[in-house]
Design a binder for this molecule. Structure first.
Ligand SMILES: Nc1ncnc2c1ncn2[C@@H]1O[C@H](COP(=O)(O)OP(=O)(O)OP(=O)(O)O)[C@@H](O)[C@H]1O
Length: 509
């Protein structure tokens, strides 16, 4: 649906929940840059949409956080180094003995020390749902309970393999980071409980693989639905943008940067609500006081840990320019990615595309005024995109800081009258594009029970995985239990196993 600002104002007078105020309108029209180029409307169907893979280019240093535990890859506890980031070689050429940082994690909803009784043998494979860098995601059925899960399998050998024939210091550092990220995915998911974030129920490992037992989200990837529909109307996009924003804000308040927002990682549940998956590239700040979100420092004030993020990581088309440049970055990079995703949902592709991160970076740098916003979008959408897609992260909308509307006291909004600031001080939730969103229903998760999303996936039989690409569902899973189900007690992945608390399991099953 394409509609003009006049039409939108007409809707507003019919009692929309978040009316736009005059100050906002000023800022809004300022932001619609005069150099906006007129891009052609999207073609009817964009079935040629390419699947975009996440990548990691560790050319820049990441400083090892202070409170990391060091274990030896061989599992030989005697080789554990006390010194952060150090590596040791024990002279045995056939084994890797670098000390690898494993993040110390806390588990809110479950226990990582409880008895883990699950093995791959407990599950029957139904079909493949997706394929990642280190293995497949498979729909599985619990042989005991008949419950369905999405099982993400990661091959240990693929994680441990070094890229160059000679093992040098750089290889060791990269290996350490790959292992750290594997643990981070498990431990970050284990501490999260949010309606728009996938749930982790169990994790375990055996001789050859690591396993994450996730809640099965049957509506498929947003990528799949975008491929079918080409583009989405503005109301639909605003709805998904609101659900994603809730998840990102929740993560940021816990000191977590997501770093891989793209349509492939956004799933739809049976009611059409959006659920983020794939936390393999997420990073948790070690300095964040997650118990007290109000203590989050401004995103523009580099915090000790997050300002040291340097890895060129993510999916280049959705990556903030500062990441592609190898500059330090912070949580604000996720809001740039949201801008890319909104742009993609509305126009059929992200603002910059190219064969690799360098091509994309060149295009971003050439575009002095920022990406060209399609003319056919409403003024509200143009405004949102202009503020999220600011090249300079210090000028980008600090969404975490300006998230919610000011509390209303004595019937008057506390927001000061226009102050001369280059910062965007409009509250994100009050933006015009979200005028039909009931944020309290959304943030509490109540909306998941009371209403369906704009696209309700067709599901005739959960086991058919009808909303997943046949490219994956037709794949073989013959190596499903090649790890033989034997728990390997003393290797580098020791401590990977996890079981959510009984009440958590009951609540979601
Ligand atoms: N909980 C889930 N329910 C249903 N499908 C899922 C679930 N988790 C993942 N998938 C499917 O599997 C695909 C791959 O999963 P995921 O992105 O976590 O793997 P990955 O190895 O991190 O991939 P990549 O290397 O591309 O980042 C997803 O894009 C999605 O289609």
């Amino acid at each position: 649906m394409i509609f003009s600002l006049d039409e939108e104002l007409g809707t507003l007078s019919l009692g929309a929940p978040n009316p736009i105020n005059e100050n906002d309108m000023d800022t809004l029209s300022d932001a619609i840059s005069s150099d906006t180029e007129y891009l052609a409307p999207p073609p009817e169907s964009l079935n040629s949409r390419p699947r975009r893979r996440s990548s990691i280019l560790d050319r820049f240093p990441i400083f090892t956080p202070a409170n990391v535990k060091h274990v030896s890859i061989t599992g030989d506890e005697d080789n554990i180094s006390e010194e952060a980031g150090s590596s040791t070689v024990n002279g045995n050429s056939s084994t890797i003995t670098q000390a690898v940082p494993i993040p110390i994690t806390s588990s809110i909803s479950g226990s990582s020390t409880g008895t883990i009784t699950r093995t791959v043998k407990d599950f029957r494979p139904v079909r493949v749902l997706g394929q990642g860098a280190y293995g497949k995601v498979i729909l599985v059925k619990d042989k005991l309970t008949n419950k369905l899960y999405a099982m993400k399998q990661l091959k240990k050998a693929e994680i441990l393999i070094t890229e160059s024939p000679k093992s040098n210091e750089e290889d060791d550092v990269n290996l350490g980071k790959r292992i750290e990220r594997t643990f981070a995915e498990k431990s970050i998911l284990a501490e999260l409980e949010h309606p728009n974030i996938v749930k982790l129920f169990y994790s375990f490992h055996d001789n050859s693989k690591l396993y994450l037992l996730l809640q099965y989200i049957p509506g498929g990837e947003l990528f799949f639905h975008l491929k079918e529909q080409g583009t989405l109307d503005e109301d639909t996009v605003a709805f998904y943008a609101a659900e994603i924003s809730c998840a990102l804000k929740f993560l940021h308040d816990k000191g977590i940067v997501y770093r891989d927002l793209k349509p492939e990682n956004c799933l739809l549940n049976d009611k059409g609500h959006l659920v983020l998956t794939d936390f393999g590239l997420s990073k948790k700040s070690v300095t964040q006081n997650s118990a007290n979100p109000s203590e989050v420092t401004s995103l523009n004030e580099p915090s000790e840990d997050l300002s040291t993020l340097h890895s060129i990581i993510g999916t280049p088309e959705y990556c903030a320019p500062e990441i592609l440049q190898g500059l330090p970055y912070n949580k604000n990079c996720d809001w740039y990615s949201l801008g890319c995703l909104i742009y993609d949902m509305l126009s059929g592709k992200p603002p910059y595309t190219g064969a690799n991160h360098k091509v994309i970076l060149n295009k971003i740098q050439k575009d002095k005024q920022g990406p060209k916003i399609p003319y056919y979008l409403s003024e509200g959408m143009k405004d949102m995109l202009n503020w999220l897609l600011k090249k300079d992260q210090s000028k980008r909308w600090d969404v975490d800081k300006y998230w919610a509307a000011e509390p209303i006291k004595n019937g008057k909004n506390q927001m000061k009258k226009k102050k001369p600031s280059k910062e965007r001080t409009l509250r994100f939730q009050s933006h015009f594009i979200f005028r039909k969103i009931d944020w309290s229903l959304l943030e509490s998760g109540a909306i998941q029970h009371t209403s369906v999303g704009p696209i309700v996936p067709i599901i005739t039989d959960l086991e058919l995985a009808e909303n997943f690409d046949s490219e994956f569902t037709s794949m073989s899973y013959e190596d499903f239990d090649s790890g033989l189900g034997n728990e390997k007690g003393s290797d580098i992945f020791q401590g990977f196993s996890y079981k959510a608390s009984g009440s958590y399991l009951e609540k979601y099953f």
